[in-house]
Design a protein around this ligand. Structure first.
Ligand code: B1M
Length: 211
């Protein structure tokens, strides 16, 4: 297979052997971000389709996710950084919500924001709202970012915003929500109506950065 098809295939097949060599070659032709966005994410999309239609079993999805993570980790040092502006633009506390283990998208958001002058406190996966708010307080965060890919995570996000209303912290922390199960309409109509502060939807890491 030609290089970029081969790389995409590696994600689908969960094939790690020789990954770095292919990535080095790819870096001679494209930027690290282009490789992630135009090649590797296509592979993950295929994995999602195969899994969703019952043609791929969970352990293989996990293998694909591991190759994806390894590829992103390898590419990260090659990503563009905004010079002389380290962590000074603001602080975001970022977490995958309670009950959800998906973290590839969240970690991409972390990389993109960190490389563009923001300080990111990445709490990891399965984070209850209490832990997110404690971290936001501790780090004097400017914004809270929540990620979740399961349909049930959209319900958790709604409950989290309700909890923030109840605790009276909604004016203090605007919230950015992202993840495949959300829609813009759900966040910017339904949740925005419910949340006393500001809540916005980010379709991808770049929209997160823009917000
Ligand atoms: Co899971 N999984 N999974 N999975 N998995 C999905 C989400 C699913 C859609 C697959 C499918 O059925 N087609 C489905 C959810 C269905 C639903 O809820 N209706 C699903 C399921 C069912 C499950 C399990 C329940 C399976 C099981 O156990 N029977 C289980 C859940 C366990 C749990 O969470 N409690 C499970 C487990 C797993 C693995 C562990 C094997 C693995 C995750 C590994 C990991 O993350 N460390 C996995 C994977 C890899 C996927 C798919 C295939 C790929 C997800 C991914 O990494 N995409 C996924 C299929 C899909 O999404 N269509 C699927 C690439 C990533 C870059 O995209 O995270 O969407 P994404 O991030 C994007 C944007 O959404 C956005 O920016 C990123 C791009 O720039 N974004 C943000 C995300 N967060 C953001 C936050 C922001 C801003 C933007 O600001 C705060």
């Amino acid at each position: 297979l030609p290089l970029f098809e081969r790389l995409e295939r590696r994600i689908v097949d969960g094939e790690r052997k020789g990954l770095e060599t292919d990535l080095d070659e790819a870096l001679e032709q494209r930027s690290a971000l282009e490789i992630v966005n135009d090649t590797l994410l296509n592979g993950m999309r295929t994995v999602g389709e195969l899994f969703g239609s019952g043609q791929m079993q969970l352990p293989f999805v996990l293998q694909s996710a591991e190759v994806m993570k390894a590829a992103v980790a390898y590419l990260e040092p090659h990503m563009e950084r905004v010079e002389g502006d380290d962590g000074t633009k603001g602080t975001i506390v970022l977490a995958t919500v309670k009950g959800d283990v998906h973290d590839i998208g969240k970690n991409l958001v972390d990389i993109i924001l960190s490389n563009n002058g923001y300080s990111v406190v990445n709490l990891g996966i399965k984070q209850p709202i209490g832990a997110i708010l404690d971290a936001a307080e501790e780090h004097d965060a400017d914004v809270i970012g929540m990620s979740g890919l399961l349909v049930k995570s959209t319900v958790v996000m709604k409950e989290n915003l309700e909890e923030m209303n109840q605790r009276g912290v909604s004016a203090r922390w605007p919230v950015i929500l992202g993840g495949a199960a959300l829609t813009r309409a759900f966040v910017e109509d339904d949740l925005a109506e419910l949340y006393a502060g500001e809540v916005r939807y980010a379709r991808d890491a770049f929209e997160g950065l823009r917000l």
